[in-house]
Design a protein around this ligand. Structure first.
Ligand code: NAD
Ligand code: APR
Length: 262
């Protein structure tokens, strides 16, 4: 990787406008299980398409709520890593110099923010704010800090202690859900618009920790390249993007990003 690191550093040293596209792999070294490359115990019995869908939530509110609550508790219990902190510092420096570092993430955790970055777009929403599943009214429900036994090693769904989702305080017959994008749901339109604008004006796009499978997020690196940006991919495994990227660096977010710090 040191040859690739040198090449990446050459590609970014004069760049003023950077876009960083991150997926679940960006959170992996903090302790948040990714989905597709490390099947955690949670998935052994249900596929995400069966579980993280509006239909599943409507039919089994206790199961889907408990699963999402467990995920949110894990995300609340972990810390940002050196890769998050590098992006936070680099963003401040570029902005102070009149440039930009726009972060577009598919992740629903808040690790980028806690690592010191502003995030331009959470394409799949965020798990720490909630709304009513029925009337869509924003909920003031807030996740408490999880207890150790709630954070026990990822339980299988059967071991998950099922909790009913809290009732909506507005329409009284609905229950609440996190503001994440489920399979089959649309992405927040402004998020995708902001992301497309950022990739079009970028000198360099750095794609970290995404399998580049899920749409429409996977079109963003291609749009960046089509608009003239250099595309650097950081991922321990190759993805459908790797052969089209200007540079593929085999490695992890937490180790590679700090080595790119200008
Ligand atoms: P998911 O619930 O996140 O599914 C949303 C994804 O499915 C989005 O990428 C969306 O664009 C896409 N999608 C929506 N409709 C679709 C369709 N018709 N066909 C194909 N894709 C469609 O996926 P999941 O794997 O079930 O993950 C469950 C939850 O776990 C999600 O909220 C996910 O964001 C979250 N998660 C977060 C992290 C993290 O934040 N670090 C890591 C892993 C999983
Ligand atoms: N550093 C960088 N990349 C990593 C690391 C790491 N430490 N660990 C794993 N990866 C890579 C894997 O090789 C894989 O390519 O991160 C990627 C994780 O892929 P997915 O689990 O599919 O996550 P993502 O691409 O974000 O999924 C897309 O679907 O499941 C949902 O919430 C997910 O909304 C997201 C969407």
């Amino acid at each position: 990787p040191n040859v690739a690191i040198r090449e990446a550093r050459a590609m970014i040293q004069d760049a003023q406008r950077i876009v960083v596209l991150t997926g679940a792999g960006m959170s992996a070294e903090s302790g948040v299980p990714t989905f597709r490359d490390a099947q955690t115990g949670l998935w052994e019995k249900y596929s995400p398409e069966e579980l993280a869908t509006p239909e599943a939530m409507y039919n089994r509110p206790d199961l889907v709520w408990s699963w999402m609550l467990h995920q949110a508790r894990v995300m609340r219990s972990v810390e940002p890593h050196d890769g998050h902190r590098m992006l936070g510092s680099w963003q401040r420096e570029l902005v102070d110099g009149g440039g930009a570092l726009n972060i577009v993430t598919q992740n629903i955790d808040d690790l980028h923010e806690r690592g010191g970055s502003d995030v331009l777009a959470h394409l799949h929403g965020t798990t720490f704010t909630f709304r009513c599943f029925e009337c869509q009214a924003p909920s003031d429900y807030r996740l408490e800090d999880p207890t150790d036994e709630q954070l026990q090693a990822t339980p299988t769904l059967d071991q998950l202690k099922l909790e009913e989702p809290p009732a909506c305080g507005v329409c009284s017959h609905g229950f609440i859900r996190p503001n994440i994008v489920m399979f089959g749901e649309l992405l927040p339109q402004h998020a995708m618009d902001d992301a497309l604008e950022a990739v079009r004006e970028a000198d360099v796009a750095i794609v970290v920790g995404t399998s580049n499978i899920v749409q429409p997020a996977a079109t963003l690196p291609i749009a960046a390249s089509a608009a003239g940006a250099l595309v650097i991919e950081i991922n321990p495994h190759m993805t459908p993007l790797s052969q089209d990227a200007d540079l593929y660096i085999p490695g992890t977010a937490g180790t590679i990003l700090p080595e790119l710090y200008p």
